[in-house]
Design a protein. Sequence first.
Length: 681
Amino acid sequence: MADPVAASLSDALMQSLPLPLKEALPSPEGWKAVGDAHSAPLGQVIGLESPDKAVHRSAVLLDGPWLHECSQAGEAIPQAMSGRADEQAPLELPRVMAYGPSSTGTFWALMELAPGVWLNDQISKHGRAPLPQCLQIIRLAAQALAWWHGKKMLAGPVLPRETWAPLDGKSAQFPWLGFSGSLLAGDWFTTERGAALLPYCPPEVLDGATWDISADLYALGCLAYFLLTGEMPFPGAKAEEVRTQQRSRKPRTPPELRMGVPGALSDLVMRLISTQPHERPIKAQPVADRLISLSGPGSPATGEAFGAKTDSKGSTPVPRLVLADEEINRLKAEAEATPTEAEGWLKLGQAQLRLGKPGDATVSAELALKLNPRLGAAALLRVDAHLARGDAKRALLDLQPLVRALPNAPQVRLRLARAHFAGADATKTIAECDLVLKADARNIDALALRAQAHESQGETLRALTDMDQAVELATAQSANPVSMAKLLARRSDLHLTLGHTTEAQEDMRAAITADPSSLAARQARAKLFLELGKAADAEDDCDHLVAQAGRAPWSWLLRARQRVAVAEYRMALEDLEQAMELEASPTVLSQTALLLAAAPDKSVRDPDRALELGRKAAEETGWDDPMALEAVAAAYAACKQCETAAGWTMKAISKAKGADRDRLQEMLKIFKTGKPYRLGR
């Protein structure tokens, strides 16, 4: 394989290279070796620097008895990474510039790496990486795993000593991935690298099972746990020691070992390192998507390099997570400096809630109330934190004394309405909104919430009337662009439900004009594209929503709908599985059941699981929701019980309205012919 590096090698460089590499890899005049040769279990890495010091490459010499285990993969792996496969490898997988066997029977590859050091060396020198950089490395590793899995290859485990950390602190590279995945066969436990790998092995592998995708994800979780906490979840120098830890030890969560680790990130890591394979995520791509969503809006959080300084001119935007941590740490320091003053804890809690940490906000609100039980703002903060976590019951309990003390206060009544809506009680929501509007007919929040409650009851025209009034008031009051975009996006959804596509498009465009970064506007546009049969045009918006709002199940549901529309059924199922992990609501259960029952792709269908999920959704909705009943019917048909399916379809028809009713009528005709239902036909 030709490469500009393969020209002539200077005498100085020639003396520093191992013999096999000297024979196979000459380098241009003026290039020089930099740093010491890095010996690793998989071979040696020699740093090469161009004459102008603008390019840094690493000559990677792969050597050792393990080579016999992956001789067949020896060509396929670097070929893929060199971009000669169907697609270019991602940046976190270094591009292989040249590769081939040497005369001594070893294998060499020249990879292009950014200037940097090995991650374990960096950690040894500077300690744990900043949280944003940890998140960045974990995300890039997940994306690299997903890429290899897409090539039908195991990636292999990601170890800190085999992770390259560029000095800019904004990326990470994994030169061993793919190569290491080909070594996970035979007696690999007895090698030097095998011993280092033991703490990254899932229990089923230590018990004799074959390394698989689930094992790749478990090892990723171990890397993430180590980066976040500085500890391994199940340490041990021998297989027996690690296995004993896995049987008897319950690792502490990352936030228990390091303050500031987001709860959602901790939950994902703990799922990855589960000792039960069925509790782990099933694919790497949804894990990568979830990590992107945890990085916040805009560019993924990268943070500073270990020893790097942030550009004082601000030419590189500071990630949201960095700003959030800085603000919260400052406010926490101020509160701890005056521990007897409730206002400091109140300010901290308000910032935590605003920055997406409702659990921490609850704790701060409780500290403020302990110091000053009459601090109403702290009581309201705790209610808002409960609502942000989706805990309607606790919110209602906290509101009871506030309602008794301030029965006519709009801010209390409006929160009571929100709590009822979160508890799926639309009737009480409307009643509370009526009380607020009786006292203040121009309360935009009450109008918008009442519109949502009417919509949940199927009263779309009433909802539109309320939303029209809310938009009119917001326009008259010159509402801020963010609030205006949300109102217009909601009204666009209502128009779409009523079949008013022209009005829906007008509101959607106005929402994006008001706030181009509005997620609500993006959501409205994606729904509109889907309704107009332009599913491919909705892809960018759906991907953006998952990246920015991946903590919310609706973002995954919407992208699953888009992927079904473009016949990407396997990827749609992965999105639905992710939504179910966040919240197994009846809507999520129903859509997943329908896909498992009716996907044209046979490899996606699972009739028994479809029936289980469909019946669970129907049971949770009192056997009254047409979407859940439709899923039950499709599942019975997939189980070759079309007569039973027809009965459930007729029940669904009796509950449905409009276009849903028409679709169910067509489904009934199919079942009466003794055939199952298929999506997209």
